[in-house]
Design a protein around this ligand. Structure first.
Ligand code: XMP
Length: 325
């Protein structure tokens, strides 16, 4: 029978046999796959592993800091934190088209990854949190025809673009390749990953950049981070974080008139998006309690400067998508 303990033991043996005294690079994302992967590799090869976290500036409030701190304190793994916030904002400055934004973010990610891996390296292997369904999906595209070994042509970073440059080819180490997502969660939990990582709601690679419609600026990022934090806090407090597939805030690039005290306001609306889903392919807008809607709306309008209206998205998928871009 499959147990997490047996899996961890077996993986550690396999990793040691494969890696020997070589060096491995791992790009952490903050999700359960890359976090579990980091733990396994660290247990197996210690300092031969380098964990890198590229902060694009599009994560949720305080998440990058918490991730680095958690790895340091709980697992005694030092993460090479790369602050690339300004670079990413610059890379999409003035861009309003959603696909163009994604593309530029993906390319910037590869550029930063390349520079940093050269600076921290050289490395022989790249660790990827490939799961069983990903292996099946990319069965023949990632195999070196000479050796039959899987090689990295892409970084699994939830960016759909961004093939690795020719001179930056790594061999792959993929200890999670036989697991399904629920098994990764079990392993993650058994090694002490907190629930907030094990059961994290899906979060897109381009992050908040695709939840700010149109042009992304630092001002808008700050507004959305604050609004999003309130959504997360209240969804958690209401005890429905795990009942919904995703709950998040979207910032629209229009302004409307409001009134605050005896002052007229002219500010952005926040869209609250909250859906139920099994796999993200279809989704139903969540019937969350009116009281909860009210609390979220009041808090956002009162606490987040630059926002004077909150609307609830009651569109299912199809015909809507879950994200707005
Ligand atoms: P949509 O908006 O297409 O989203 O209904 C379906 C699921 O996919 C997530 N999503 C993304 N994930 N990179 C990702 O890693 C992306 O560019 C991306 N776009 C959407 C979305 O959060 C939802 O769970």
């Amino acid at each position: 029978t499959w147990t997490t303990e047996a899996f961890v033991e077996e993986s550690i043996r396999e990793i040691r046999a494969k890696i020997g005294d070589k060096r491995v690079l791992l790009a952490l994302s903050g999700g359960v796959d890359s976090s579990t992967l980091a733990f396994l590799l660290h247990r197996a090869i210690g300092d031969q592993l380098t964990c890198m976290f590229i902060d694009q500036g599009f994560m949720r409030k305080l998440e990058p800091e918490r991730l680095v701190k958690l790895f340091h304190e709980q697992f005694h793994i030092d993460v090479a934190y790369v602050n690339a916030r300004e670079r990413f904002v610059d890379a999409i400055a003035g861009i309003t088209d959603p696909e163009e934004k994604r593309k530029r973010i993906g390319h910037e990610f590869i550029r930063v990854f390349e520079e940093e891996s050269k600076r921290l390296g050289p490395f022989d292997y790249l660790a990827q949190g490939t799961l069983y369904p990903d292996v099946i999906e990319s069965a023949d595209t990632n195999v070196d025809p000479q050796t039959g070994e899987r090689v990295a042509v892409k970084i699994k970073s939830h960016h759909n673009v961004g093939g690795l440059p020719k001179d930056l080819q790594f061999k792959l180490v993929e200890p999670l390749r036989k697991l399904f997502k629920d098994e990764v969660r079990k392993v993650g939990r058994s090694i002490g990953l907190p629930e907030e990582i094990v059961n994290r709601q899906p979060f897109p690679g381009p992050g908040l950049a695709i939840r700010i419609l149109g042009e992304v600026t630092n001002e808008k990022l700050n507004i959305l981070r604050d609004a999003d934090l309130i959504v997360r806090q209240e969804i958690n407090r209401a005890g429905i974080y795990h009942d919904v597939w995703q709950a998040f805030a979207v910032l629209l690039p229009v302004r409307s008139v409001g009134v605050m005290g005896d002052q007229r306001t002219y500010a952005y609306p926040i869209v609250l998006r909250c859906v139920k889903s099994e796999d993200g392919m279809t989704a139903d807008w969540a019937r969350i309690p009116y009281d909860l809607l009210e609390t979220i709306s009041n808090r956002i309008v009162n606490e987040v400067k630059g926002v004077n209206r909150v609307v609830y998205d009651i569109t299912s998928k199809p015909p809507g998508t879950i994200e707005w871009e």
